[in-house]
Design a protein around this ligand. Structure first.
Ligand SMILES: N[C@@H](CCC(=O)NCCCC(=O)O)C(=O)O
Length: 261
C-alpha cells in the first residue's frame, strides 16, 4: 500500500496573487523515492484580504490522515524571531505563513512518532521547531566555509560541493555503508545550536552540522531525519539519496499499516 505523505508548501506572493506551492523535484522524489501518494499542505492563509482573519492549519487534524511529513527546501529563511534572534538581513525572504504550518506540524509529528524527513530549509525548521538556533549567514562566520550554491545552470547549482563525514553508528552511516559521501550545497543559514533531543548524523569539513536524527524517534524505531543538502535532486542517481527516500517510505508504510490495524 502506498502511504500518504504531506509536503509543506511555500507561501509566495507573486504579482497580485498569493500562491501555496512546492517545487516538483520534491514531489517527484517523495512519490518515486518513497513510493508514496503526495498531498501538498498549504500554509497559514493570511493574505487573501487584509480585512479578513488569518486561518492557521491544525496540525493534529492534518496528521490524523497522514502517514508521513516531508519538509522541502526553499529560498526563504526561517524567521529569526522564532529562535530569539534579530533579523540581520532585512532584504532576505521570510515565509511566516509556512513557518506557521511547519513548526507546529514538526512538534506534533515528533510527539506521535510520525515519519518525518526535512531537507535544507526543512532541516533548519525542525531544529528551530524543537528549540535550536540558526546562523543567519554561515559564510560570514570565521572558520566556516561558503555553503551557497555556485552561479550557473541547475547542473552546476546541484553539483557536488563538499564531503560530509557520517557519524559512525548513525542512521545515514548505516544507509550509506560508508563514512564519507559527497553532497551538494545551497544554503546560507546553518545550525548554530542543535535543539535538545536531536543527534548529529553528519558534519561538513568546516564542522557545520549537515544532518541529524530525532533521538526519541530512533529509540522507538521511528524515522525522523533531516539533511542540509538536497537528496531529492536526481534521487534515483545517488545511492544514499535513493536509500534515504526508500527508508522514509518504508517507515511511512509501517506507520500506515499500524494505523489501519
Ligand atoms: N534559505 C535557507 C534555506 C536554503 C534552501 O532550502 N535552499 C534551497 C533552495 C532551492 C531549492 O529548493 O532547491 C538558506 O539559505 O539557508
Amino acid at each position: 500500500m502506498r502511504p500518504v505523505i504531506g509536503v509543506v508548501a511555500d507561501v509566495k506572493p507573486s504579482r497580485k496573487y498569493v500562491w501555496h506551492k512546492v517545487q516538483e523535484k520534491y514531489l517527484y522524489a517523495v512519490a518515486r523515492g518513497a513510493d508514496a501518494e503526495v498531498v501538498i499542505l498549504p500554509g497559514r492563509l493570511s493574505a487573501v484580504d487584509a480585512e479578513e482573519r488569518a486561518i492557521s492549519p491544525d496540525p493534529d487534524r492534518l496528521l490524523a490522515f497522514l502517514d508521513g511529513v516531508f519538509l522541502p527546501g526553499s529560498p526563504s529563511n526561517v524567521d529569526p524571531a522564532i529562535y530569539g534572534d534579530e533579523r540581520t538581513f532585512a532584504d532576505e525572504l521570510l515565509d511566516r505563513n509556512r513557518d506557521d504550518l511547519s513548526l507546529p506540524l514538526v512538534r506534533a509529528a515528533v510527539e506521535r512518532g510520525l515519519p518525518l524527513f526535512g531537507v535544507c530549509r526543512g532541516f533548519q525548521e525542525i531544529n528551530a521547531a524543537l528549540g535550536g538556533t540558526l546562523h543567519q549567514h554561515v559564510q560570514d562566520i570565521d572558520g566556516f566555509g561558503d555553503h551557497r550554491e555556485p552561479d550557473g545552470d541547475v547542473e552546476t547549482q546541484y553539483g557536488l560541493a563538499h564531503e560530509v563525514e557520517l557519524v559512525e553508528g548513525g542512521v545515514l552511516h548505516g544507509l550509506a555503508g560508508a563514512g564519507r559521501v559527497s553532497v551538494n550545497s545551497l544554503h546560507s543559514q546553518g545550525i548554530d545550536r542543535l535543539a535538545p533531543g536531536l543527534v548529529a548524523e553528519a558534519y561538513a569539513p568546516d564542522g557545520l552540522i549537515e544532518a541529524f536524527h530525532v533521538a526519541a524517534a530512533r529509540e522507538q524505531g521511528a524515522f525522523a531525519i533531516a539533511v542540509q543538502w538536497h537528496p531529492e535532486w536526481r534521487v534515483w542517481a545517488d545511492p544514499l539519496s535513493t536509500a534515504l527516500f526508500r527508508a522514509f517510505g518504508d517507515a511511512a508504510r509501517g506507520y500506515a499499516a499500524a494505523r489501519s490495524r
